[in-house]
Design a protein around this ligand. Structure first.
Ligand code: G1P
Length: 288
């Protein structure tokens, strides 16, 4: 197993969800009954990753608490014989999973956040998961990407087609087809306008990267939005190594937006064996 570490940049302010995120980290907002960040951690775990590195900031204590032992709760559930709930609580952090919390003292951008995890990752390949992007796939999207990484021994970036009017929201890649789902990247640009976008292949929030990218990020000056961009670090990496874009098999919900967050809640509730049937009937009765 080559990819053992995952970085979760979770220091963002979550201003789009105010006032909900005034005291609550946006990554703790639930989709049905599970916080967003837990979906990303489960996806990394399913890809064989055991060390989870959270790049946090002030007001993010709830994330640390969530992945910690909750002794009083577990004790109470044990004493009241609530075995199902106890298993649910304990499954949040399996025994073989290690959580590390690193601070990003200033919001200097996604590339800078990733760089904050460097001393924990060391000289190994690693994954980056942006919890705002909820990815549903079978096998899970990051597991698909790790398999590609193992086959190609090169960085793999998740991409999807985006409408021309949305290129400004994404890192956009261009390159040459290298198989059914892979593109050998020749260019990557952060948030270009539609007129100058080199393609409509937008980066989704999943990356498997070689450690050389750390040096490349460290060499970047501030990019789009005055921030140190991960995309620019990857553009630097391209000068030395092959990087592939991977059209993942699955569905992405942009839970950084209210629309995506609501869509994820509705679709995952409909897919839930426990809630689905009644929820579907209720939605139908709305006659919208
Ligand atoms: C970040 C990246 C961007 C990527 C996007 C995916 O942007 O900088 O390249 O396409 O995530 O969600 P953000 O959404 O944080 O502005």
């Amino acid at each position: 197993m080559l990819v053992r570490h995952a970085i979760f940049p979770v220091a963002g302010l979550g201003t789009r969800f105010l006032p909900a995120t005034k005291a609550l980290p946006k990554e703790m907002l639930p989709i049905v009954d599970k916080p967003l960040v837990q979906y990303a951690v489960e996806e990394a775990y399913a890809a064989g990753i055991r060390q989870m590195i959270f790049v946090t900031g002030r007001h993010k204590r709830a994330i640390e608490d969530h992945f910690d032992l909750t002794f009083e709760l577990e004790d109470a559930l044990e004493k009241s014989n609530k075995a199902d709930l106890l298993a649910l609580v304990r499954a949040v952090k399996p025994d073989d999973m290690d959580c590390v919390f690193v601070r990003q003292p200033k919001a200097l951008g996604l590339g800078h956040a990733v760089l904050c995890g460097r001393h924990v990752v060391g000289d190994h390949p690693f994954a980056v998961l942006l919890p705002d992007d909820l990815m549903i796939g079978t096998p899970p999207v990051l597991a698909q990407m790790v398999a590609q990484f193992e086959a190609k021994r090169a960085s793999i970036i998740a991409v999807q087609e985006v409408p021309a009017e949305h290129t400004r929201r994404y890192g956009i890649v261009a390159g040459n087809a290298a198989g059914e789902r892979l593109v050998d990247i020749t260019r990557i640009v952060e948030k270009p306008a539609a007129e100058v976008a080199p393609s409509r292949l937008g980066v989704a929030g999943r990356y498997v990267l070689t450690p050389r990218v750390f040096d490349e990020i460290a060499n970047q000056t501030r990019g789009v939005g005055g921030e140190i961009q991960l995309t620019d670090g990857i553009a630097g990496l391209l000068k030395h190594e092959k990087v592939f874009a991977y059209r993942y098999d699955g569905k992405r919900y942009d839970c950084g937006s209210k629309e995506g967050f609501l869509q994820a809640n509705v679709e995952l509730a409909l897919a839930s064996p426990e809630l689905g049937p009644e929820f579907r009937a209720w939605l139908k009765a709305l006659k919208i």
